[in-house]
Write a protein that binds this ligand. Structure first.
Ligand code: TPP
Ligand code: MG
Length: 246
């Protein structure tokens, strides 16, 4: 991975979305739930860049849920990393789309009544050719999976990272997950089998590459997108450490 060439579009709000602040990279700081549209734009304008969108479960699957679905359909080589702590952490622990049913918090004192969203099954259904999950407690495995996702270039790759919020999620804790996660040794190539595996959540939670379609074809980016960009524009962009958009 060549860091100066790495581009990380991200939301500017959320605990997870702060991750690129700690890296020496160029990144795009967008609005809540809006990492993916600039990711698509950057990839179309500069297909040579490695584009990674990093954010939280609230951003990627709720505010940015429509972008999540439609970005996958674009068939671009973009890696989506989601720190999934199953809560809206920054705003103090409200239910996010991945909060388990009946979990209680300040805004749902009687328990979360919504059906949890399954990002793995959704991404496979939308046609993402690489869909994985890892657990922040197993750093070596996480590193391996994230590298594999970035190096996968046949379309959108999702890595959902289970990373419990130690302050606001007292149910799905590190201990709770340690007792449940199991590794998928070999990526599943059959879509329906992968969706069935993705449905597992409870006593057993699969981590690893849950679906990998090596026959997928990435979109061919037409030069038309690049013609409008002048050489000096690119140089100016590269000279910038960070683009703030509010
Ligand atoms: C359109 C919009 N809706 C809601 C908010 C308020 N808001 C800011 S951060 C946040 C929670 C972020 O949750 P998540 O993406 O899961 O990240 P975490 O803090 O849990 O890492 C919310 C709801 C906002 N800033 N903009
Ligand atoms: Mg969250």
């Amino acid at each position: 991975m060549v860091l100066p060439e790495l581009s990380i579009p991200m939301k500017d709000i959320g605990q997870a979305a702060k991750m690129p602040h700690y890296l020496d990279v160029n990144y795009f700081n967008g609005l809540h739930g809006r990492a993916l549209p600039p990711a698509v734009g950057i990839k179309l304008a500069r297909p040579d860049l490695t584009v990674i969108a990093y954010s939280g479960d609230g951003c990627n699957y709720d505010e940015g849920g429509n972008h999540f679905i439609h970005t996958i359909r674009r068939r671009l080589d973009i890696t989506i990393l989601t720190s999934n702590n199953q809560v809206y952490g920054l705003t103090k622990g409200q239910s996010s789309p991945t909060t388990d049913s009946s979990v209680k918090n300040d805004l749902s004192p009687g328990g979360n009544e919504n059906i949890p969203l399954n990002p793995i099954a959704l991404a496979i259904t939308m046609g993402a050719p690489f869909v994985a999950r890892c657990f922040a407690s197993d750093k070596d495995h996480m590193e391996e999976i994230i590298k594999e996702a970035i190096l996968f270039f046949k379309g959108t790759a999702l890595v959902d990272i289970l990373q419990p919020c130690v302050t606001f999620n007292k149910i799905n804790t590190y201990q709770w997950l340690r007792e449940r996660v199991f590794k998928i040794e070999k990526p599943i190539a059959d879509r329906y089998e992968a969706i069935k595996t993705a449905e597992l959540w409870g006593d057993r939670i699969p981590i690893g590459v849950i679906y990998r379609n090596d026959a997928a074809l990435c979109r061919e980016i037409k030069e038309i997108f690049r013609e409008r960009i002048k050489k000096e524009d690119i140089e100016n962009q590269l000279a910038m450490r960070c683009v703030m958009m509010r």
